[in-house]
Unconditional design. Structure first.
Ligand code: 4AD
Ligand code: MG
Length: 430
């Protein structure tokens, strides 16, 4: 008998198959036992009766706990009432393990309890759907970049210097030397793009974010492309194309999961690049008009980002941020004093920033001034300054926060559900 995965079940209609999985839920009605069986790729309803099921298997069903591991053999039947279109007439059940009462029950639990049991919570249907979308997004983004000729080159996690400012640095003892955990692979991408032209890295970014928000993790994953001989406009176009492609790929390949999440996909389906753009000043003005007060020169906080992002139906961009609220590597905008050639791409429906990027300063003198102005240790950046001494060229890139785009596409409110094991202020278990 063939062992099949539930996601492939339609190829086995009318056949006897074996499903290896776990008890997701069960109920009984008169002489019938309904078993929801999950195998990681989906959930199928098994129907057991005294007539179709062996006596031994049938009598054991009442003792099965949720999440007991079982191998079920049965006949695949088409059934239009099933969410997947098929059910299983259960012939026999082999129990692999059936021991303790499963702590997560169908009743609602508090989020602290669920996070404490994250290693089990990921088996639940909604979490399963979100993490399947996450995997699809990662694949889409990487496919997009490969198709555009980008080479994937990994950046280190242990680093001697800060990329995104010193306030969120995690440090580590590196054989007696002080090391920092990477906040972004960007600086290393700038080196590899001068060696390979178009590159990207994909890995964890670590930041000691000390405030609790629904948008911040201390460990999140970024996809960061970087291009030599490129300008702000090139980075913006790449970001737009990537987001457009990714959204439509998920709609095409993960419809089942978005249905489970009850995601309203109307706005997602209509996404099409280019996206609207506003400059920083205009964005500040609109935020004030929307009732969240802020001054020119300040960065957008969570409430400001939310109201602005609620006022859009499509992803949009804010460009030309002030120097003082951006990192040392940002290229100055020579046409507007105090502004940089930078952009953020924000997701609509209140989600906010999912991408940050721009053009990099490629003049060694300007870069040194920026490093000094921010009191960063020049020594640690010696290698980075070398990039401006040997064949320096205009270059640009950006970072896409995977958890942020997953939250938006799935329509989940809090970023903690978009990664298998979230790391946040006050949480490192499990
Ligand atoms: O805007 P950020 O800080 O930009 C950089 O790190 C650049 N060095 C990237 C580059 O140009 N190569 O971060 C980029 C993205 C944000 O837009 C956001 O999506 C995500 O990373 N991000 C976070 N996601 C979750 N939790 C956090 N604490 C995040 N901080 C940033
Ligand atoms: Mg940013």
């Amino acid at each position: 008998m063939d062992w099949v995965y539930i996601e492939d079940i339609k190829r086995f209609a009318g056949k006897e198959v074996e499903i290896k999985g776990w008890v997701y839920n069960k109920r009984s009605s008169g002489g019938i036992r309904f078993l929801l069986i999950r195998d990681g790729t989906g959930i199928i309803q098994g129907v057991a009766t005294e007539k179709d099921t062996t006596h031994e298997s049938f009598s054991m069903i009442d003792d099965l706990k949720r999440e007991a591991s079982i191998i079920v053999r049965g006949l695949v039947r088409e059934d239009s009432r099933s969410p997947i279109g098929f059910e299983l007439t259960v012939k026999s059940i082999e129990v692999i393990q059936n021991q303790k009462d499963y702590p997560i029950t169908p009743k609602s639990h508090g989020v602290d309890f669920l996070l404490q049991n994250r290693h089990l919570w990921i088996r639940s249907k909604l979490q399963w759907a979100v993490l399947r979308v996450r995997a699809e997004i990662i694949r889409a983004v990487e496919n997009y970049l490969w198709d555009k000729g980008f080479l994937k080159l990994d950046a280190p996690i242990f680093t001697p210097s800060a990329c995104e400012g010193t306030t969120t640095l995690f440090s580590a003892d590196y054989f007696g030397e002080k090391a920092y955990l990477s906040q972004s692979g960007q600086l290393y991408n700038e080196a590899t793009c001068m060696a390979f032209g178009r590159v990207y890295c994909f890995g964890p970014s670590l930041r000691a974010e000390k405030s609790k928000t629904r948008r911040h993790l201390t460990e999140f994953w970024q996809v960061e492309p970087e291009m030599a001989y490129a300008y702000l406009e090139d980075a913006i176009k790449l970001a737009e194309g990537m987001v457009e492609y990714t959204v439509h790929r998920v709609l095409a390949n993960r419809k089942r999961e978005l249905d489970v999440l009850e995601r309203d996909t109307n706005l997602l389906s209509s996404i099409s690049a280019p996206f609207p753009r506003i400059r920083y000043e205009e964005a500040v003005k609109r935020v004030n008009e929307l009732g969240e007060l802020m001054k020119l020169g300040e960065d957008f906080g969570a409430p400001q980002e939310t109201v602005l992002a609620e006022s859009y139906d499509s992803p949009f961009m804010i460009t030309h941020f002030p120097e003082d609220i951006k990192a040392f590597y940002m290229k100055k905008d020579l046409s507007t004093s105090g502004r940089t050639l930078s952009f953020d791409l924000l997701a609509p429906e209140g989600y906010g920033e999912i991408i940050g990027g721009g053009e990099r300063e490629f003049d060694v003198g300007e870069l040194k001034k920026n490093i000094e102005k921010r009191n960063l240790p020049m020594e640690a950046f010696k290698w980075y300054l070398d990039l401006r001494e040997y064949g320096s060229v205009p270059h640009a890139g950006f970072g896409l926060g995977i958890e942020r785009i997953v939250a938006w596409i799935c329509g989940v409110k809090h970023i903690r559900e978009t990664i298998p094991f979230p790391r946040m202020l006050g949480r490192i278990y499990p």
